[in-house]
Design a protein around this ligand. Structure first.
Ligand code: ZN
Length: 160
């Protein structure tokens, strides 16, 4: 069956940056299984998979606007180290939940200088084109329960 809204789709994928470095891949593990048409994967990839069938392979470059969004420098803040009390050994690359003027979000520590810490609320892949190589390994209709939850159950899916 061709992939359409409410299909449960399993894919193997490799995600590379523009230099060809692998950012993420399902190779060597279970395929990613998701409910199509519900925004569970980035929209550019979801759109590219529409109408594809088991066995199809696609290569698609997803622009930031259809991926993890454009890079927003307003999401970069400098905060005093003491405001991160309770978090031991704050270091570059660490991800933490922070209260920001945009609400609670996951931020990445990008710089630590004496008692000031720079945190970046952008997704690590914001502003980057996403180069996907994808193979569709299975397509099936969703169950009523999966549709009511908006996500996949069973192997590769959510657990309850
Ligand atoms: Zn569920």
């Amino acid at each position: 069956m061709p992939i359409a809204k409410d299909s449960v789709v399993s894919i193997h994928y490799t995600l590379k940056d523009d230099l060809g470095a692998v950012i993420d891949s399902s190779a060597g593990s279970d395929p990613l299984t998701y409910l199509h048409g519900h925004g569970n994967i980035v929209s550019g990839l979801e759109n590219a998979l529409e109408g594809k069938e088991t066995g199809n392979k696609i290569a698609v470059t997803v622009p930031p606007a259809e991926g993890y969004g454009d890079y927003n420098k307003d999401l970069v803040q400098k905060v005093p180290l003491r405001s991160l009390k309770g978090i031991p050994n704050v270091r570059v690359g660490m991800q933490l939940q922070a209260q920001t003027e945009h609400g609670t979000r996951v931020v990445t520590v990008t710089h630590v200088q004496s008692d000031m810490v720079t945190i970046d609320g952008n997704h690590p892949l914001a502003g980057k084109p996403l180069n996907f190589d994808v193979e569709v390994t299975e397509v099936r209709p969703a169950t009523e329960e999966e549709l009511s939850h908006g996500h996949v159950h069973g192997p590769g899916g959510h657990h309850h």
